[in-house]
Design a binder for this molecule. Structure first.
Ligand code: ACO
Length: 419
């Protein structure tokens, strides 16, 4: 869709994404274990909401609606009813329409597009936020919770780690079809960690993984799947993180900006947004992201943008092979050449098309419901020069996000213009 009423990203706030490997994450070997707890879902959500209000200078009373991305609060935190949980953050939000959107790992993206739809319907100032806590159980049990985003009946039994196995399957068929090896895909991983090491909010900000470490299995980088067909195609470093975190942003119409007294030059403009949904359990070609390609092609058609115009991009790298496939689905590389694109340096912070500048899901982290919101905020922050040590050198004119749920079953793509 191309918005009929203009929509601007006013700004927002991200909590740090934390989990195993992050120095502030409390676990049994942490010096403060037993004295301090990790933040709860509500605490993360509150901190993102209040941070977004403070950093934009928008009063809570000015927010007309709120949309919350969250995938599995009931399973990880025994908590549902996210809209009513969110408005506990501020008394002036109470009584307003706040509600949840769920589309697995694309829940955050769906919250943004629903906020945009609300502006098309007449609202002027809307909040979109997302939050997830995933560290309340072991990675293995958590993988069972995340497997609710697959077609449970036919796909759950692939492996205890269902999603890692589904993307190991993609890596296998991709590598076989195009004659590439895991070392070709590892460039994506080395880039992700190098970027995250410059990003104070990143889950893996202090963890080093270079190309050599990412290219081969080792005691510290095991192949951990039990599925015999796919286990050779995935190592721990190929995976996104099990992270806790939240993100909140404020969107406004032109009238909304006037009411708030905010100049459009402080914002970025949404040029277009598309959502594509495909049936669970029915992937016809594991070597392409067909659903994402559909969403991206529609976006390019509706906005008139071309891949070569995009100056900064956030893609859903839930696994290393996914970033490779994403860059192909978005038209930055030919089929089979996504690994080469990363190897060439084109997707690095100072490359021709910087991708996942803050470390992506692999190293910035992946608190599922927050990811789609974080992607949009990262484009905003790059366009407004707010990314500190990982700032792209040239001010991007156009930016793009691709947020994916499940095995390419729900994709939200958005295009932005710097104002
Ligand atoms: N050799 C062999 N196997 C090992 C070794 C080793 N040296 N070390 C660990 N393992 C195996 C173990 O079986 C272990 O499971 P267990 O402890 O239950 O037996 C398993 O690997 C995982 O080890 P953990 O130490 O629990 O792993 P960690 O907490 O570091 O998590 C992991 C790593 C599993 C890769 C995790 O980060 C993960 O699941 N990431 C993916 C998250 C995900 O799927 N998100 C959704 C994406 S889908 C989307 O976005 C569309």
């Amino acid at each position: 869709m191309k918005p009929q009423r203009k929509v601007f990203v006013v700004g927002g706030h991200l909590t740090p994404f934390i989990g195993k490997g992050h120095p502030d994450f409390i676990w049994k070997k942490h010096p403060e274990f037993g004295q301090r707890e990790n933040p709860t879902l509500e605490e993360l959500m509150t901190s993102a909401i209040l941070g977004a209000l403070e950093s934009t200078g928008v009063e809570a009373a000015a927010i007309e609606r709120g949309y919350v991305g969250n995938f599995a609060g009931e399973l990880f935190s025994n908590q549902g009813h996210m809209g009513a949980l969110a408005v506990r953050a501020h008394k002036d939000l109470q009584g307003k329409p706040f509600m949840r959107l769920e589309g697995a790992c694309a829940s955050g993206g769906l919250a943004v597009v629903t906020a945009v739809d609300a502006i098309q319907a007449g609202c002027d100032v809307v909040m979109a936020l997302g939050a997830e806590v995933q560290t309340t159980v072991s990675a293995r049990d958590g993988a069972g919770f995340l497997a609710r985003a697959s077609h449970w009946e036919s796909e759950r039994e692939l492996d205890d780690f269902t999603f890692p196995a589904m993307f190991a399957r993609r890596a296998k068929y991709y590598e076989e079809k195009f004659g590439v090896g895991e070392e070709d895909i590892a460039y994506v991983v080395a880039k992700a960690y190098a970027n995250a090491n410059k990003n104070p909010n990143a889950h893996m900000r202090d963890v080093k993984v270079d190309l050599e470490a990412a290219s081969q299995a080792s005691d510290t980088n095991p192949r951990f799947l039990r599925n015999e067909d796919f286990k050779d195609y995935l190592k721990v470093t190929d995976c996104s993180q099990v992270s806790d975190g939240a993100a909140a942003m404020i969107l406004a119409s032109e009238e909304g900006l006037k009411k708030l007294g905010i100049d459009p030059s402080k914002c970025v403009e949404l040029l277009g947004y598309t959502v594509a949904t495909s049936p669970l359990g029915q992937v016809s070609d594991y070597t392409t992201l067909d659903n994402t390609k559909k969403a991206a092609n529609e976006l390019y058609t509706e906005t008139g943008l071309k891949p070569e115009q995009i100056g900064v991009c956030e893609v859903h790298d839930c696994f290393a092979v996914t970033e490779v496939l994403m860059t192909e689905a978005l038209g930055f590389a030919e089929p089979g050449k996504g690994g080469e694109l990363a190897k060439s340096g084109a997707t690095a912070i100072d490359g021709k098309i910087p991708v996942n500048t803050g470390g992506g899901l692999i190293a910035f982290g992946h608190p599922v419901g927050a990811t789609g919101i974080k992607q949009v905020l990262e484009i905003y922050r790059q366009m407004k020069g707010l990314c500190g040590d990982y700032q792209v050198p040239t001010k991007p004119e156009y930016g793009l996000t691709a947020n994916m749920g499940g095995d390419d079953r729900t994709t939200v793509c958005m295009a932005f213009k710097n104002v």
